[in-house]
Design a protein around this ligand. Structure first.
Ligand SMILES: [Fe+2]
Length: 205
């Protein structure tokens, strides 16, 4: 993956737009290879959250959960944990509250949690996710499971994680990036919104 960054002086929603425009076409490579682009993955994940009638904040978290992949890449990323779930939090926290930030921050831990508590879950992971699981610490200890379960937003992180794992279908039609970034703009402002009327869910990519 090539990494490009917008100027930090830009408004955060403009930065996010630029990050997707500059990097969304890329695919993960090497042992992290997935069958869809970074943008398609983000849109599918947000769509799955929307289909599940998740709160708008969690739909936005689903859209943005991997933005950290676009920021300050780790060298030798095939062999180490790139901590991508943490890399964009500083940027995102300038616009969004914990309802968006925490599920993103915890979505890798949620994978470790699910592997530990759901015997069928590990078999559903893509080869890339199974590879990174080993780098991210693998299954949790009983203490880690307990500590994760009592964290605020751990349930939302688990939901996001399940959509994350499903959001890798080549060719799936989704709403556009503009549709979901408009929703993100509204979440930032904290305004209630009927997204179907205000943005137009028929605006399909
Ligand atoms: Fe993801």
């Amino acid at each position: 993956m090539n990494f490009n960054l917008p100027p930090p002086s830009m408004d955060i929603l403009d930065q996010l737009t630029e990050l997707f425009h500059l990097n969304g076409h890329t695919v993960y490579e090497g042992r992290r290879e997935e069958p869809v682009t970074a943008l398609a993955h983000a849109l599918q994940c947000a769509q799955l959250a929307e289909w599940a009638e998740a709160p708008h904040t969690l739909v936005v978290a689903a859209l943005l959960h991997d933005v950290g992949h676009f920021i300050a890449p780790a060298r030798g990323a095939d062999a180490i944990d790139d901590v991508h779930e943490l890399r964009a939090l500083g940027l995102l926290a300038t616009a969004f509250g914990p309802e968006v930030i925490e599920p993103i921050r915890l979505h890798v831990q949620a994978k470790r949690f699910l592997v530990t508590v759901d015997a069928r879950y590990a078999a559903t992971l893509s080869p890339a996710s199974a590879h990174t699981l080993s780098l991210q610490g693998g299954a949790m200890s009983p203490d880690e499971v307990h500590l994760f379960e009592i964290l605020p937003y751990s349930a939302q992180a688990v939901a996001l994680r399940r959509w994350d794992d499903l959001a890798k279908q080549p060719g799936r039609r989704t709403p556009t990036l503009g549709y979901y970034l408009s929703l993100a703009e509204t979440v930032r402002r904290g305004q209630p919104l009927d997204t179907r009327k205000a943005i137009g869910a028929s605006d399909v990519a």
